[in-house]
Design a protein around this ligand. Structure first.
Ligand code: C5P
Length: 216
């Protein structure tokens, strides 16, 4: 079993950036699990399906082709909303479980980010981070990202999306977004990307030393 770094947290908290920089630093494989749920949502919408239809959403998850994760459409605002709606269905989460669990066996290690990695997908991960920031700061970051992708949207609408998504992701019955009891909290509200990465690296180094997984 490789060394697993589980990175959870709400939308636009900085977890994706921190996760990919950690993966590059250690030469680990990286999986952004939000893309899986986004691709399921996009797939279902593409076939005219209803996001609230649990059976249709489960079928879309079972038929997911990983090439769909590469499509630009999965990174839009609509895909984020669709993802959080299909993510409430237990059958969707079950259909995506093995793929994620399998990923955590990669050698020499893996970085996997999402909402339920430290709690459900990799509860035994030796390094767990819960990355967060205030809703206002996350909305500002997401607004800049969407604007950079050419998606014109008002900041107030992005902030409303963030609040709605937080409530849905933490309020659902199936694998709700929550900080694992052994995860280290990293609040990036007042941090630059560089500072957040540095703090994350120190958390992981402490976990590596504790587990005897020292750089060699
Ligand atoms: O991280 P991202 O914003 O791309 O995730 C999109 C949505 O997918 C989240 O709002 C959440 O509902 C869902 N998700 C999840 N479990 C994960 C990753 C994402 O439920 N491990």
């Amino acid at each position: 079993m490789g060394f697993v770094i589980a990175v959870d947290g709400p939308a636009a908290s900085g977890k994706g950036t921190v996760a990919s920089r950690l993966a590059a630093l250690y030469g680990y494989a990286m999986l952004d699990t939000g893309l899986l749920y986004r691709a399921v949502g996009v797939r279902l919408l593409g076939t005219g399906g209803d996001l609230d239809d649990a059976a249709a959403a489960e079928a879309a998850a079972k038929g997911l082709d990983l090439a769909e994760l590469e499509r630009a459409e999965v990174r839009t605002r609509a895909a984020g909303e669709a993802a959080s709606r299909v993510a409430v269905h237990t059958g969707v989460r079950a259909a995506l479980f093995d793929l994620q669990r399998q990923f955590t066996t990669r050698e020499p290690g893996s970085v996997i980010d999402g909402r339920d990695i430290g709690t459900v997908i990799a509860p035994d991960a030796p390094a767990k981070l819960y990355v967060t920031a205030t809703p206002e700061i996350r909305a500002e970051r997401r607004w800049k990202q969407l604007s950079g992708q050419g998606e014109a949207v008002a900041y107030a609408d992005v902030l409303a999306d963030i609040h709605r998504r937080d409530a849905r992701d933490s309020g659902r019955d199936s694998a709700p977004m929550t900080q694992a009891s052994d995860a280290v909290l990293l609040d990036t509200s007042e941090m630059t990307i560089e500072q957040a990465f540095d703090a994350a690296r120190r958390i992981v180094e402490t976990a590596r030393a504790r587990s005897g997984n020292l750089p060699g």
